[in-house]
Write a protein that binds this ligand. Structure first.
Ligand code: AMP
Ligand code: MG
Length: 411
């Protein structure tokens, strides 16, 4: 079978994925979700002109010859609304955030007056205030709509909602928001040799790592991850577990192990009896064997069993599918770094585990010792994956290479 290019395989897979329908969520559940439509403000922010300081509301023309004494005729605490306009020659005591009275056009901060008290709503209102400094028209006034105007598009479709965006929605009175649905993924592992972390080791057995690596990777792509018990290498068990997975109504199923040509690789038979599975030899290292298909219409990924291969194929093929379902950008965090030493490759597109270090002015990438596709510690050590393109068999020391970052760059 000819090797398929990674790009072709990914394009074939992504043709089956589209953003999920929108759903309405309360604001406190909206963080990290993706906005399903533009948000047009139904209200202005601020909704009324207000003071940005504790001080005195005045007409700027009345204090141009400061120092001047003005009659205090009103007290305007935050949350109240002035019942009448400010007359010329008058001042109103006003707190930060309180509405400007009609007739006022500037604020004098309390520090620029003779007012001794710390302004507070229960301090008695003196009869007069001495203004010691003139201010310009509009000083310390936050006009209506300074932040957001009614009718303005404040957030665009596709925006990932972070703290500031959720704060804006709250400010304009949106208690709920329409976001793209969250992808549900079932992760399952197969193999008679696998044990749970809490199980005692016994001869011939190893612990199931892939359930844990894949769950973390899919969560990082904002999927809700569900699990079914591990699948043994027996067909009836595999069929029962797949039924169980389907009963969780996932948008995709991600399995690892059991899809090679090993005599006990039952996953392929199980999936094929429910749907269709294609086996691809992808021009990718690690991770050449990859199965993709559907069970009862649900997309099914059969990743290789070796832990590093499973992680790399999850990153390269499953992550973009999950991001697409979630309406998110497929862009990965990557950076250019110089190879720290000669690296040989076999001409397949290779994801080499590398550390990154700043040396002199340059960012230098070095392989993390063993590149065995079973050595998970090399993934834990790696800051990123150096992408060695197809048909490149030799990378020179100092050559500029693209690194897919696995964690935020801290060098
Ligand atoms: P398979 O694809 O089932 O032939 O598995 C290939 C290799 O990956 C074997 O050494 C398996 O023991 C190992 N393997 C498969 N599934 C897991 C898993 N969930 N966790 C750790 N290693 C696994
Ligand atoms: Mg197996």
């Amino acid at each position: 079978m000819a090797l398929r290019s990674t790009a072709d395989a990914l394009a074939d897979i992504l043709a089956h994925f589209h953003p999920l329908p929108a759903e309405s969520v309360p604001l406190l559940e909206a963080y990290d979700r993706v906005l399903a439509h533009d948000i047009v403000a139904g209200e202005s922010l601020p909704p009324f002109a207000n003071s940005s300081m504790d001080g005195f509301a005045v007409h700027a023309d009345d204090i141009s010859a400061a120092p001047v004494r003005l009659k205090l005729t009103m007290d305007i605490p935050a949350g109240s609304f002035p019942g009448r306009p400010l007359g010329r020659g008058e001042a109103a005591r006003i707190m930060t955030g309180a509405p400007l009275p009609e007739g006022a056009n500037a604020i004098v901060p309390v520090e620029d007056t003779d007012a001794q008290f710390k302004p507070s709503s229960d301090a008695p209102l003196p009869e007069h205030v001495e203004i010691r400094r003139s201010v310009a028209t509009g000083a310390y006034v936050r006009p209506v709509g300074e932040d957001v105007r009614v009718g303005q598009t404040v957030l665009k479709t596709g925006t990932v909602l972070g703290p500031a965006e959720v704060g804006i929605l709250a400010s304009i009175g949106q208690a709920r928001v329409q976001v793209i649905g969250q992808p549900r993924a079932v992760v399952l592992s197969s193999g008679d040799e696998l044990l749970d972390p809490a199980d005692a080791l016994s001869p011939g057995k190893i612990r199931d790592a892939n359930t844990f690596t894949l769950t973390g990777q899919l969560r990082a792509a904002y999927a809700r991850v569900l699990h079914v018990p591990r699948i043994s290498d027996h067909l009836p068990d595999a069929l029962a577990r797949i039924d169980e997975a389907l009963s969780l109504h996932p948008h995709l199923i991600v399995s690892s192990g059991g899809v090679s040509v090993g005599a006990f690789d039952v996953m392929r038979h199980a999936v094929e009896s429910y749907g269709a599975l294609e086996f691809w030899k992808v021009n990718l290292r690690p991770g050449k064997p990859l199965a993709y298909g559907q069970v009862r219409g649900v997309p099914f990924f059969g990743l290789p069993g070796n832990p590093v291969s499973a992680m790399v194929t999850c990153d390269v093929f499953v992550r973009p599918a999950v991001l697409t379902l979630g309406g998110r950008s497929l862009q990965t965090d990557s950076i250019i770094a110089q190879a720290g030493h000669v690296i040989q490759s076999d001409g397949r597109r290779t994801y080499a585990r590398v550390t990154l270090a700043r040396e002199g002015g340059a960012l230098v990438a070095r392989e993390t010792g063993t590149q065995s596709s079973g050595a998970l510690s090399s993934m834990a050590l790696a800051d990123g994956l150096m992408i060695i393109p197809e048909d490149v068999t030799h990378v020179e020391a100092g050559e500029s290479m693209t690194i897919r970052l696995l964690r935020p760059l801290r060098v």
